[in-house]
Design a binder for this molecule. Structure first.
Ligand code: HEM
Length: 491
């Protein structure tokens, strides 16, 4: 890696000034000049990557706000594997080629951190949990949590995945009879929330599911708006939006802190992730985690651990309803296992079901974009990446890369079964990220989603209501913008 360290560290001096303030415009112009100088000095040795032209003031920010998927996908189609953007005063690059993604996520991951405006804003909700923390603190927490996700332990959760799905299938019989459609996204959110709370925190949150679901949706929407806003107004400033945000955050905090309080009263080791976090002691000081630290970790598991899987299942169910041939193949696989309750031991036989989920996440990766802050100047593919800028990897864009995938836009689960996927380079397909920050819940999610989908296929067939708008909303996660209205039919 070329590390000509850039001493000018870009910070935004106008973050909290109203746009109408003349100081805002002056500071903005200064910012643009500074970021341009970061990338144009010694231009002879700093080749700039190509990218779409934007407006003088905002660069590509307007297009990013309007439709970030269109901007990113279109730019990669036009400009290739490394694309340069400007968002207001900030420079950003999108990397698409597997070797460039590997450079950022794995080989030079120390230079690509989490101090992005996006992650800073996610911290309003998750604090310093596993997803958002960095350095030694993150490493310590990851080591504590890792055994909670050991394969054998996850296999023990299979019974809960299946039981909760079977209970849902019983409730859905009412819809089979009435012909009233369901919102599959809402149903999957409730199911995966229940599952993650039962398995990792030993708590049944079924009664609170509606309130939690509403709070999660609203908070995600708010976090998304913050991400593309030029000026972030931190939650303690009582604007109308912030008051609403704080109200919903309190709903989640009450649930999470209530859970921690309950456990403090009865300190017996329940063998779940929460016990692991509560009982872990600092090797040097012997101290255990404070309630604040526990809150951040539990909130992270709670949110990162259900929303993503629910989206993966929802998109896969949509795709299966649009591809009856693929649905039939998955149903036949499940049928071979009989009517009994499935277990984790059936997972190796559910290869087609798993391939449908893998392919669903190729086309609609729940974490559609993963951003990093660039610490020091770097060079990727011969192009200059300035320190202080942002680097985007996007599973959504990379998974549609025509240089890697045949029929990149087609739903073809067989590509995961017939040896084609084995020929893809590492980081061509990366729905769970990679490198040191690889998703800790990847095996959990794959077993969970496979057993849930297979159990559903035993009982029902979902049909998309004709005319329902299935367009994706590229929020922090990739959700169907209008939910997913489907009819429930007998299998
Ligand atoms: C289909 C489901 C899932 C997808 C697509 C997904 C995707 C991801 C991705 C892409 C990252 C990396 C983010 C980055 O590098 O900035 C990540 C991290 C993480 N995920 Fe997942 N995830 C899923 C399920 C889960 C589940 C079930 C859990 C927990 C029960 C979980 C917990 C986490 C945590 C704690 C991190 C941060 C890990 C670290 O940095 O040490 N995820 N996930």
């Amino acid at each position: 890696m070329k590390t000509t360290t850039c001493s000018k560290r870009y910070t935004s001096p106008y973050e909290f000034l109203p746009k109408s303030d003349s100081r805002f415009r002056e500071a903005f112009a200064r910012d643009v000049a500074m970021s341009e100088s970061l990338t144009t000095t010694a231009a002879s040795e700093r080749r700039l990557a190509p990218g779409p032209k934007g407006s003088f003031l905002l660069g590509n920010l307007g297009a990013a706000r309007e439709d970030p998927i269109k901007l990113f996908l279109g730019a990669a189609m036009e400009h290739g594997d490394l694309v340069r953007f400007r968002f207001g005063p900030r420079i950003g690059h999108l990397v698409r080629a597997p070797e460039f993604v590997r450079h950022v996520m794995q080989e030079h991951s120390k230079n690509y951190g989490k101090q992005t405006p996006g992650y800073r804003r996610v911290q309003y909700v998750l604090g310093q949990g596993l997803l958002t923390s960095e350095g030694d603190f993150w490493l310590r927490q990851r080591r504590i949590a890792q055994p909670g996700f050991h394969r054998q332990r996850i296999a023990g959760f299979g019974e809960t995945f299946v039981r909760c799905t079977q209970e849902l299938m019983v409730r859905w019989q009412e819809h089979v009879a009435s012909g009233k459609p369901i919102d599959v996204l809402y149903e999957m959110m409730k199911l995966t929330l229940r599952v993650v709370a039962l398995t990792l925190l030993s708590k049944d949150l079924e009664q609170d599911a509606d309130a939690i679901g509403e709070a999660v949706s609203d908070i995600l929407m708010n976090a998304n708006e913050r991400m593309t806003a030029m000026i972030d107004i931190p939650p303690h400033i009582p604007t109308r939006k912030n008051r609403r945000f704080n109200k919903f955050l309190r709903v989640l905090d009450d649930v999470v802190l209530g859970l921690i309080r309950e456990r403090r009263k009865d300190t017996a080791d329940r063998g779940d992730l929460l016990s692991m976090l509560m009982l872990a002691k600092d090797e040097e000081t012997g101290e255990t985690m404070t309630d604040g630290q526990l809150r951040d970790e539990v909130m992270t598991i709670f949110l990162a651990g259900h929303e993503t899987t629910a989206n993966a299942l929802t998109w896969t169910l949509m795709l299966l309803s649009q591809h009856p041939g693929e649905l039939r193949l998955a149903q036949e696989e499940v049928k071979k296992l009989g009517d009994r309750a499935l277990t984790a031991a059936d997972f190796p036989q559910l290869t087609r079901v798993r391939a449908c989920i893998d392919e669903g996440m190729r086309l609609y990766p729940p974490a559609w974009m993963v951003a990093r802050s660039v610490a020091a100047d770097d060079t990727i593919g011969g192009y200059h990446i300035p320190g202080g800028s942002i680097c985007f990897t996007s599973p959504y864009v990379s998974h549609r890369n025509p240089n890697v995938f045949d029929n990149p836009l087609g739903f073809d689960p067989a590509r995961f079964l017939d040896g084609r996927s084995e020929r893809w380079p590492r980081f061509a397909y990366f729905p769970f990220g990679g490198g040191p920050r690889l998703c800790i819940g990847n095996n959990f999610a794959l077993l969970e989603a496979s057993l849930i989908l297979a159990t559903m296929l035993q009982k029902v067939r979902l049909e998309l209501v004709p005319g329902h708008d299935t367009s994706p909303e590229p929020s922090i996660t990739l959700r169907p913008r209008h939910g997913m209205k489907m009819w429930v039919k007998p299998a």
